[in-house]
Design a protein around this ligand. Structure first.
Ligand code: GLA
Length: 445
């Protein structure tokens, strides 16, 4: 009898170990960096295309640019290898082997190089028999591979799920997370587990995903087109009630890479992707050729104010709060708070195709911004400071087709601060009768 109980308790303890939360302390704000897949895909032809093939040179070059051209200072810190870095076979010890001609110095050397630049290093694998591009997967080698990645000083692992059974993913991802933890090296764990289960008609168990993964893909791969970006925006808007509550410091929904600066998005559409990804508290993983990106696209990726929205410490994912006749309004609660009132980022998106900018006029109150102390409102792309506005103030924005206007509204702490702010702005006027600040009329001095 005693034996049976001891066995049961032991099994329970073992089981608890296997589903123990990842709790690696990482990703308190959404990870930022560069990832090869969307732009460079599985180009292994280093003979004919040495500058663009998946090789250590590509990642070293991108690491150099991330540092030299100011991306690192803004928070972009991970240099992530995606699929197609492996030899087709494990070695005689069962170890994964990086492609010998494309990564001649191996992954530890590449990680060392990336670390020498003050950056972090990420790698890609797949829970199943093969990666999506047909290289060896980790099934059957979970512990060994976790230890190998730790020995290479990897900081981030994206674990895909091609060639795997969706029903096995709950246990499989938990086990791999457990083995990652056991290495003692904190590594971001980026999962693809929910999206494959959704494809298979299953309901993902988000309460366990949130405890095991630092980020996870919910939906399709991003492609180089506005249609693809729109489909992702729609997915996150249409499913927000199920998705939004899962995001928070240490665990994020991942709508996939930023494709800004590539071939498929216009300037307006690129601004929209950046703004909506920030509202979604999304990981900001650029997949673009940083050697040739045009300055205006680089400026979007380097927009400090929008990055600050994405990286807000509260980590509350935003929502679509309005959708009518092609106009959408998205909003995200931010710091600072005053009493029970949040600050907000608000994005107005024009999904219409009728060629001329659309006017959107709305009061702050209608947007849910109701603090009687008012908000300091500014545009995050244009240099427009609306000054301090009361909840009753109506703001009017012009939104270009497939473009965005994104505002930030910081709740004001107290009356005195507002008064001193008032003296420095020309845009608002204090109305003593109603005790509010409002936008100055054209004929008012
Ligand atoms: C899947 C993933 C992509 C990319 C490819 C690589 O499609 O969703 O992000 O990693 O595999 O083959």
């Amino acid at each position: 009898m005693l034996k049976k109980w001891t066995l049961l308790v032991l099994t329970a303890i073992l089981h608890l170990h296997c589903v123990r939360p990842l709790d690696n302390g990482l990703g308190r704000t959404p990870p930022m960096g560069w990832l090869s897949w969307e732009r460079f895909r599985c180009n292994t032809d280093c003979k004919n295309d040495p500058d663009n093939c998946i090789s250590e040179n590509l990642f070293r070059t991108m690491a150099d640019i991330v540092v030299n051209e100011g991306y690192a200072n803004l928070g972009y810190e991970y240099i992530n290898v995606d699929d197609c870095w492996l030899e087709k076979e494990r070695n005689t010890y069962g170890e994964l082997v990086p492609d010998r001609t494309r990564f001649p110095r191996g992954m530890k050397a590449l990680a060392d190089y990336v670390h020498s630049k003050g950056l972090k290093f990420g790698i890609y694998e797949d829970f199943g028999n093969y990666t999506c591009a047909g290289y060896p997967g980790i099934i059957g080698y979970l512990q060994q591979d976790a230890e190998l990645f730790a020995s290479w000083d990897v900081d981030y692992i994206k674990l895909d799920s091609c060639y795997a059974h969706p029903v096995e993913m709950d246990q499989g991802y938990a086990d791999f997370g457990y083995y990652l933890n056991r290495t003692g090296r904190p590594m971001i764990f980026a999962c693809s587990w929910p999206v494959y289960q959704i494809y298979a008609g299953m309901q993902p168990n988000y309460s366990s995903i949130v405890r095991i993964c630092n980020l996870w893909r919910n939906f399709d791969d991003i492609q180089d087109s506005w249609a693809s970006v729109e489909s992702i925006i729609d997915y996150y808007g249409n499913n927000q009630d199920a998705i939004v509550p899962n995001a928070g410091p240490g665990h994020w929904n991942d709508p996939d890479m930023l494709i800004i600066g590539n071939f498929g998005l216009s300037y307006e559409q690129s601004k929209t992707q950046m703004a909506i990804w920030a509202i979604l508290a999304a990981p900001l993983l650029m997949s673009v050729d940083l050697r040739t990106i045009r300055p205006e696209y680089k400026a979007i990726l380097q927009n400090k104010k929008i990055i600050a929205v994405d990286q807000d410490p509260l980590g509350i994912q935003g929502r679509r709060i309005y959708k009518h006749k092609g106009i959408e309004i998205w909003s995200r609660p931010l710091t600072p708070l005053f009493q029970n009132y949040f600050s907000y980022a608000v994005a107005f998106v024009n999904r219409r195709t009728d060629g001329t900018p659309s006017d959107v006029a709305v009061t702050l109150k209608e947007l849910g911004l109701t603090s009687p102390t008012g908000y300091r409102v500014e545009d995050l792309y244009e240099d427009v400071d609306y000054g301090i506005l009361s909840p009753q103030t109506k703001i009017k924005v012009k939104v270009n087709p497939s473009g965005v206007v994104i505002l930030r509204a910081d709740v004001q702490p107290d009356f005195d601060r507002r008064l001193s702010y008032y003296s420095t702005t020309q845009k608002t006027v204090f109305d003593p009768l109603n005790q509010i600040f409002r936008v100055r009329n054209n004929n008012e001095f």
